[in-house]
Design a protein around this ligand. Structure first.
Ligand code: HEC
Length: 103
């Protein structure tokens, strides 16, 4: 019985680990301001009177280490995430943001 439950649990957990990419964290922490595709059409961006051109991550020219620096420390009205997200999460989010540009 116990063994079966263990195997069932492995099947439930494994896909979550396998798909832990930057997208989940991006959607949870960033999409509210930057939009689901980094292209900014959000109400929040308008409500905060943000410069929507700066928010459009898909036109950002920053390289990966610069993107990581912004995520860690924040910029302007954007909060920093160094205390909230691990280095690995931030690195995955940076990859995801950079991948958004190619779409
Ligand atoms: C509260 C709204 C808000 C949230 C949440 C937010 N940002 Fe930002 N972000 C901004 C604003 C505003 C700027 C522009 C700052 C400036 O240049 O004055 C910005 C700038 C950036 C830049 C720099 C773009 C460039 O080309 O200069 C990157 C990269 C970025 N954000 C990524 C992220 C990521 C990744 C997350 C999630 C971990 C995130 N942001 C969460 C508001 C937000």
């Amino acid at each position: 019985m116990c063994k079966m439950a263990f195997i069932a649990a492995m099947f439930c957990i494994a896909p979550i680990v396998a798909f832990a990419d930057g997208r989940t964290d991006y959607n949870a922490h960033c999409a509210g301001c930057h939009g689901a595709h980094g292209n900014v059409q959000t109400e929040k961006a308008k409500a905060l009177h943000m410069d929507v051109r700066k928010l459009a991550l898909n036109v950002s020219k920053k390289n990966k280490s610069e993107v990581i620096a912004v995520i860690r420390s924040g910029k302007g009205k954007m909060p920093g995430y160094a205390g909230e997200l691990t280095g690995e999460q931030i690195s995955l989010i940076a990859d995801y943001v950079i991948a958004l540009r190619k779409k």
